[in-house]
Design a protein around this ligand. Structure first.
Ligand code: GLN
Length: 253
């Protein structure tokens, strides 16, 4: 059997990584390694070339403050952003957390300053109501339904921006407890093809291994053009971490 390798691209880790977002990369890599799948991790930053982006099998982007988001979106204008958008359009799996999906949406209006035009990967818009408005902070649990399985996900959210889904956008999850996209309509995040946008820090993948495996399977499936059955792993610690948060929120799962 030939060895399989996944190329992971991490968006601007020096500018965009908050509340343990790096744990998503560690979980993705470890769950691959435990199954004999190799990973190469590269950073997507100001130096990245289009040809580097085209080699990727999975993209991850974490959260950031408004200021860092502005620096990142400037660099993503033009060919680089277009390439990311096309890759996702062609079925590249991706995970974007908090500040990252705001930039992948149509626009983000920061607490102070001008509207930032996003890449339009997701049909969402986000408006920060201003520095004096309360942020949406705390542990969160939500229900996800993905092709053939449903599960709950737990995490931690901390955002000022309120996200609204456009007409064509599909929510990634529905909030059981917490705020989610805007604290009002129960929706959480957005999913387009195999790209997930969500407000789950905490980080998402270590505490929610079914989502990690879904992304790994989709990445392998796209690259090697075959149906993927991932070897199951002992997830007892991951599941314990999941249920600690669920119990803390008064939801017994
Ligand atoms: N700056 C954004 C907001 O407050 C994102 C914050 C984050 O990524 N944690 O909405």
């Amino acid at each position: 059997m030939t060895e399989k390798t996944l190329n992971i691209g991490w968006l601007y880790p020096d500018l965009m990584s908050t509340y343990g977002d790096r744990g998503n990369i560690i979980a993705f890599q470890k769950r691959c390694e435990w199954r004999g799948i190799k990973t190469n991790l590269s950073t997507i930053n100001q130096e990245t070339k289009i040809s580097d982006l085209e080699k990727l099998d999975f993209i991850f982007g974490g959260g950031a403050q408004d200021l860092e988001q502005e620096i990142v979106i400037k660099d993503l204008q033009g060919k680089k952003g277009e390439t990311i958008k096309n890759l996702i359009e062609n079925g590249l799996p991706a995970l974007f957390v908090c500040g990252a999906p705001q930039l992948m949406g149509r626009y983000y209006e920061p607490a102070v300053g001008k509207r930032i035009e996003g890449l339009g990967v997701f049909d969402i818009t986000t408006i920060h109501p201003g520095p004096n408005q309360s942020r949406l902070i705390g542990n969160i649990i939500a229900k996800v339904e993905l092709e053939g399985f449903s599960t709950t996900i737990v995490g931690f959210e901390n955002h000022g921006g309120r996200t609204q889904l456009g007409k064509t956008a599909k929510p990634f999850a529905y909030v059981i407890k917490g705020f989610g996209n805007n604290g009002e309509d129960q929706t959480e995040g957005v999913i387009y093809k195999y790209a997930i946008g969500c407000y789950f820090h905490g980080p998402l993948l270590p505490k929610n291994p079914t989502i990690a495996d879904w992304l790994i399977a989709k990445s392998l499936g796209k690259k090697y053009k075959e149906k993927v059955e991932l070897k199951s792993l002992d997830d007892s610690l991951e599941n314990q971490a999941h249920s600690v948060i669920a119990t803390r929120l008064g939801v017994g799962v």
